[in-house]
Design a protein around this ligand. Structure first.
Ligand SMILES: Cc1cc2nc3c(=O)[nH]c(=O)nc-3n(C[C@H](O)[C@H](O)[C@H](O)COP(=O)(O)O)c2cc1C
Length: 188
């Protein structure tokens, strides 16, 4: 059962417009926090985004996208990329940011990142069990100072490591993996 959830889960990029219930989000968060973490540092922090914050974040997302992709000398082109980005971002049914509490020790930092990744995978698997899909995004919005500012996060203490886009899948991509035998060595 667990293995079939692990193997069938896919990153989801297209969502149905249905609302994601808060109870489902909380179930996924409850699974997330049981991830292994060295020294019980519990380095994960979660930022669950509501409608008003989603709208504010969309402006940051769209500005970042338009300034990267649009022809800056062509105002119409900038506006069209910007508008398209707002639409795309607002079509994400539910948004959660994940932050890592930054330890001063570099070894602890590396271990804490690994623990946060485990927590995110727990979240994704619990979501999949509830027929919800997740995309783990590390796009520029997670590093923008404007995002930290909006979420009232001190970037010297918390580093955002993921934006999780969550919703009921409209399409499930086909991805594959190399057989583990190609990647594994066995010793006597
Ligand atoms: C650390 C990490 C960062 C990722 N960042 C992105 C991202 O910025 N954009 C994206 O589309 N997918 C991102 N993904 C999702 C991967 O692209 C996805 O897991 C991969 O294509 C394999 O597909 P699957 O999850 O369906 O097996 C990220 C995954 C991980 C683990």
């Amino acid at each position: 059962m667990l293995t079939s959830i692990i193997k069938s889960r896919r990153s989801i990029f297209q969502f149905k417009p249905e609302v994601v219930p808060n109870t489902a989000i909380n179930q996924c968060l409850e699974a997330a926090i049981w991830a292994p973490n060295h020294g019980l540092t519990e380095p994960w922090r979660f930022y669950v985004i509501g409608t008003q914050m989603h709208i504010r974040l969309a402006s940051i997302y769209a500005e970042l996208r338009a300034s990267k992709r649009a022809n800056k000398t062509d105002i119409n082109n900038y506006q069209s990329v910007y508008d398209h980005a707002i639409k795309k971002f607002m079509s994400i049914p539910k948004l959660i940011f994940v932050g890592q509490a930054i330890d001063s020790d570099l070894v602890v930092q590396a271990e804490d990142f690994a623990a946060c990744a485990c927590a995110i995978q727990n979240f994704q698997l619990a979501a999949w069990e509830l027929n919800l899909g997740v995309q783990w995004s590390t796009g520029p919005i997670i590093n923008a100072p404007e995002t930290a500012n909006l979420l009232q996060i001190d970037p010297s203490k918390i580093q955002l490591i993921a934006a999780l886009y969550i919703g009921y899948p409209k399409a499930i991509p086909n991805t594959s993996r190399r057989p583990y035998l190609e990647l594994t060595q066995y010793y006597d």
